[in-house]
Design a protein around this ligand. Structure first.
Ligand SMILES: *Cc1c(COP(=O)(O)O)cnc(C)c1O
Length: 224
């Protein structure tokens, strides 16, 4: 292997205070890179494509906890429902209901995060703050017994302006607080703020992240 995964992983881990967990984003990277991080004790990995994930699950250690971090089509939920630890980017009630249905079929409860869209970039994905309130106020999520909403996930705009990035994470943090108070005050499990990637995780941690999703800084550039 020509890339020092172990060395880079150690540098990243040294930056994480207690209470911030690392999701090592291994999409597009080969098994040997994941195995190198695994050998250092890393157990949580994140992937964004169902087929790639399926292949990795079949060929890597069974005690890896996989997070699905990409946009998930409802027709793919059934494939990951048997084993996925967390689905991070839920951005519609329709998807939430499908996860509940497939989790029930597997006799399990699946942890999810709701994906916020605050970044100024045009993207189809994620719930705007208004859409988030609407989804929660609608209340039908309360009937879904096989999903557990554990917090929020977001990506900041991909810009160099650190102030803008900080301000977006800060909006996420404020929204989390309000949502927690209004809908999850008694739910200890609603505690996760998944923000921070390779280029902005230090700011994300200062702005209340509990879970960083880091790929490039550990595994190097992805070859698509
Ligand atoms: C790819 C990806 C990451 C990791 O990005 P890096 O810049 O490589 O750290 C984090 N979150 C999501 C949703 C991603 O798709």
């Amino acid at each position: 292997m020509d890339y020092d995964v172990k060395g880079h992983l150690k540098l990243v881990l040294a930056d994480l205070p207690q209470g911030v967990r690392l999701v090592a984003i291994s999409k597009y990277h080969p098994n040997e890179y994941i195995e190198a991080a695994y050998a250092e004790g890393q157990r949580i990995f994140g992937e964004s494509h169902e087929q790639e994930l399926r292949h990795k699950v079949a060929t890597l250690p069974q005690d890896i906890r996989w997070h699905f971090i990409g946009h998930l089509q409802t027709n793919k939920v059934k494939y990951i429902a048997p084993y996925i630890t967390m689905i991070e980017a839920v951005d519609s009630l329709k998807l939430l209901k499908e996860i509940d249905k497939q989790a029930a079929r597997c006799g399990r409860t699946i942890d999810v995060l709701l994906e916020l869209h605050i970044a100024e970039e045009e993207t189809k994905y994620g719930l705007t703050p208004d859409a988030l309130w609407q989804l929660l106020a609608d209340g039908s999520w309360r009937e879904l017994e096989h999903v557990r909403i554990c917090g929020l996930m977001m990506m900041a705009s991909y810009v160099d302006d650190m102030q803008q990035i900080r301000s977006e994470f800060r909006q996420g943090r404020e929204l989390f607080k309000q949502v927690k108070e209004q809908f999850f005050a008694d739910a200890d499990y609603f505690c996760e703020r998944s923000w921070g990637m390779s280029h902005d995780y230090k700011i994300a941690i200062e702005e209340g992240s509990t879970m960083v999703r880091i790929g490039t800084a550990i595994f190097g550039p992805r070859v698509y």
